[in-house]
Design a protein around this ligand. Structure first.
Ligand code: ADP
Ligand code: ZN
Length: 754
């Protein structure tokens, strides 16, 4: 059987996700691997699939009991024999498991790192064929990671003790260079295939709000998302308690989770959430690692976490099944203060020498700053995160609150002068908080004690606090202000500051035109790449859910272990009749077909009969969308599949070539074609190009924004005439292709104007 056939047979998936195929085949060719993939990208398949295909046993070292249980549960459901050995088992149970393992009963055995070097386990391991050792959450081996686990260091010694060195595969979601290097060297990987997959999770929608009343903002959000299951992360136990109580008052069903609760309650609450008995989990960051709940529809951060790594990992728990999900962060300045307090009082710096402690602290402040930038940026949020992880994303994702908000460019020269002069008058000794207090005329005791209320810059700003913060952020990023890396983030002059004060430069900045509830706005207009439940199939969906729940209850597993919501939705859309059609549903493999196929097919059949549906199933994915508006009827827009065929070249290219590549494919699929000039004009309307007049000639050149997104200019000469052309990098080409429908509509509208 090929890897692809095995994937379908056991896991029910038709195709590999990014990175899975490379890693799988690398392992099968006998090589060590290190796979770095974001949460939810599908790491497990990368070792589970080869484990099925290799002879002998695969040992999986895993840091958490819940993680092991989840994976083993899911494997057994898919017809793959697996077991775990950890402290949740009695001595007898461990013995029995080892006995079975020795007799070849399991393909995969999950084990905690502490157990590896125990005599019983070593004896066992030396007596069987271990083809592969997989280190899950491999970052736990690094002191620089977030979850350092000393016993991970024993793994190499364990490998040494084996008769034959197995293939070693390691996986993590942590991408920093330092951690990656640690994994490679500490685990002693031999000539490994290292694969970092893209960190983008397309189905996640990102939004940041800075509400004046967080609780109210949360209520509003939950109200809009009543039918979904989700997690609300809070900074402290106390906040968890408050928020949990309040939202229960509002009629939602929520449970709490934090380190202050007893093991019993924590475990019970977690199970209830996994088993869909409650909808919302309110938790500190103690909740999460190893929560493989597939149908988490939203993750709200009630407070800003300490760094982007934590944020992305926690937010990434949403939408694991690939369905659309929302990641909302409710930001306030207080979150920064709390985080700083935590850095100053961090426990893990107690056990290290002073120099290291200082370094760690600096690192944490830097990370916190990057996190704060995220909360305040006006650029694409997804782009910001991906750049943080070292990728070069497209300028606009179209699926975050900033991409959905209208910004206007305003002149902030005057306001910047006020800010700078206030910094000068207070002696360049304070952070943004104090400066803004002075500018806004704060009555606080501290300001009065410092006698800042007597300064000429006291109470001279009409802007709100949020806008002032954004402006200071902008000045720092543009180097018109210096901010030190210490705890107080003190602002002082840079070499460029005087230019602003003296009026030598004028400054422009993008600010949101109006701050509305973007989550709601966007929920309506968001495009979707995943199957959506048609409204008239809700009844069927509910019947399938009930059946799923019955089966799950009998087996004592969470419903999603039987089928993901996504699979049920696909059933509702495609209405399969035969076993073969049932196998086409994503997530249905041989084992699940055999176990559950008949019962689910029966319900679908009855439903169809009752509604007398004979026609073809509704198509879920976009199939050549025809036209959007009436006046644009003559347009034939391409489907996503057609767009995928357009070639993107690595070399920065001219717009005429890009248009050619597009039109080639468009013509072949009988779609409307686009003129290169209209593409340029559209780019101009989006602010990527601007008009420059030189020697009486008007040409389009990259704007500052265009330059930032990689458009470059090249000087050329032909028959003595000098001219310049704009070149677009591959990321811009992708951006253009993705917006081709907008551009075509733009073209039609422009034409009809004439
Ligand atoms: P990770 O460990 O990287 O966080 P998982 O291995 O738990 O992610 O996979 C995340 C989700 O993606 C799971 O629900 C899994 O079933 C699903 N998945 C993995 N690979 C595929 C695939 N090739 N096609 C469809 N879904 C997949
Ligand atoms: Zn975006």
């Amino acid at each position: 059987m090929t890897t692809k056939e095995t994937l379908k047979k056991y896991f029910g998936y038709d195709s590999f996700r990014g990175g899975q195929e490379e890693l799988t085949s690398s392992i099968l060719s006998g090589k060590d691997v290190l796979g770095i993939m974001p949460t939810g990208a599908g790491k497990s398949i990368c070792f589970q699939l080869p484990a099925i295909m290799l002879e002998g046993i695969t040992l999986v070292v895993s840091p958490l009991i819940s993680l092991m249980q989840d994976q083993v549960r899911a494997l057994i459901q898919s017809g793959i024999p697996a077991a775990y050995i950890n402290s949740s088992l009695t001595y007898r149970q461990v013995e029995a498991a080892l006995y079975n393992a020795k007799n070849g009963k399991y393909k995969l055995i999950y084990v905690a790192p502490e157990r590896l070097l125990t005599p019983d386990f070593l004896t066992f391991a030396r007596s069987v064929k271990i083809s592969m050792l997989t280190v899950d959450e491999a970052h736990c081996i690094s002191q620089w990671g977030q979850d350092f686990r000393p016993s991970y260091a024993e793994i190499p010694e364990f490998i040494n003790q084996l008769e034959e060195r197995p293939i070693v595969s390691a996986f993590t979601a942590t991408a920093t260079k330092r951690v990656r290097e640690d994994i490679l060297s500490l685990l002693k990987l031999q000539n490994p295939t290292v694969l970092v997959t893209g960190f983008n999770r397309e189905n996640l929608y990102f939004e940041v709000q800075e509400p004046s009343n967080k609780m109210q903002a949360l209520f509003d959000f939950l109200h809009e998302n009543r039918d979904k299951s989700g997690i609300v992360y809070c900074f402290t136990r106390k906040t968890v308690e408050e928020v949990c109580e309040e939202i229960n008052h509002q009629g939602h069903s929520a449970l709490r989770y934090h380190a202050g609760l007893g093991d019993r309650e924590r475990h019970q609450n977690q199970e209830d959430f996994l088993f869909d008995k409650v909808q919302i989990m309110v938790a500190t960051n103690a909740f999460g690692m190893g929560i493989d709940k597939s149908n988490v529809g939203f993750v709200v951060h009630y407070n800003m976490p300490k760094d982007i790594e934590s944020y992305y990992q926690e937010a990434g728990r949403a939408g694991r099944d690939g369905s659309e999900a929302t990641c909302l962060m409710l930001y306030s300045g207080k979150d920064v203060v709390m985080n700083k307090w935590l850095i100053e009082n961090a426990k893990d710096t107690l056990s290290v020498d002073e120099e290291t402690a200082t370094k760690l602290k600096e690192r944490d402040y830097r990370r916190l700053r990057d996190m704060t930038f995220y909360a305040r940026t006006t650029d694409c949020l997804r782009g910001y995160i991906l750049r943080y992880f070292g990728e070069s994303p497209k300028p606009h994702c179209g699926n975050c609150s900033n991409c959905g908000t209208k910004f206007e460019t305003i002149d902030i020269t005057k306001e910047s002068q006020k800010i700078l002069s206030c910094i000068a008058r207070t002696g360049e000794r304070f952070g943004a908080g104090v400066i803004i207090d002075v500018l806004k005329g704060s009555q606080s005791k501290r300001i009065k004690e410092l006698e800042f209320d007597k300064l000429s810059t006291y109470n001279i700003s009409q802007e709100d606090v949020h806008t002032l913060h954004s402006m200071i952020e902008f000045l720092v990023q543009q180097d018109y202000l210096h901010r030190d890396d210490g705890q107080y983030a003190i602002l002082s002059f840079s070499s460029k500051s005087q230019n602003v004060l003296k009026g030598k430069v004028s400054l422009e900045m993008k600010l949101p035109k109006e701050v509305k509830s973007k989550v709601k706005e966007n929920a309506k207009t968001r495009k979707s790449g995943t199957a959506i439940l048609p409204p008239d199939r809700e009844e069927l969906f509910n019947s399938l859910k009930i059946l799923r729940k019955q089966i799950a209850d009998v087996q004592g597993v969470p419903p999603f272990v039987i089928f993901y919501d996504k699979a049920l939705i696909e059933m509702c859309v495609q209405l399969p009749e035969s076993e073969k059609q049932f196998l086409d549903i994503s997530g249905v493999g041989d084992a699940k077909l055999a176990k559950y196929g008949e019962r689910f097919l029966q319900i679908i059949k009855e439903y169809k009969k009752e509604k007398s549906i004979k026609t073809e199933p509704i198509m879920s994915k976009s199939v050549g969308q025809k036209s959007r508006k009436d006046n644009l009827k003559s347009l034939i827009l391409p489907s996503e599949d057609v767009l995928k065929k357009i070639e993107i070249v690595e070399k920065p290219s001219q717009i005429t070539f890009i248009a050619q590549a597009i039109n080639l494919v468009m013509a072949e699929h009988e779609c409307s074609t686009v003129s290169p000039i209209k593409i340029s004009e559209w780019l101009m309307s989006q602010g990527y190009l601007k008009i420059s007049e030189q020697e009486g000639k008007r040409t389009k050149i990259p704007s500052e924004k265009g330059l930032r997104f990689g458009i470059s200019q090249e000087k050329r000469e032909r028959e003595k005439a000098k001219y310049s052309v704009n070149l677009y990098p591959s990321s811009m080409q992708e951006f253009i292709i993705e917006h081709i429908c907008d551009i075509l509509e733009f073209q039609t509208r422009e034409k009809s104007k004439k």
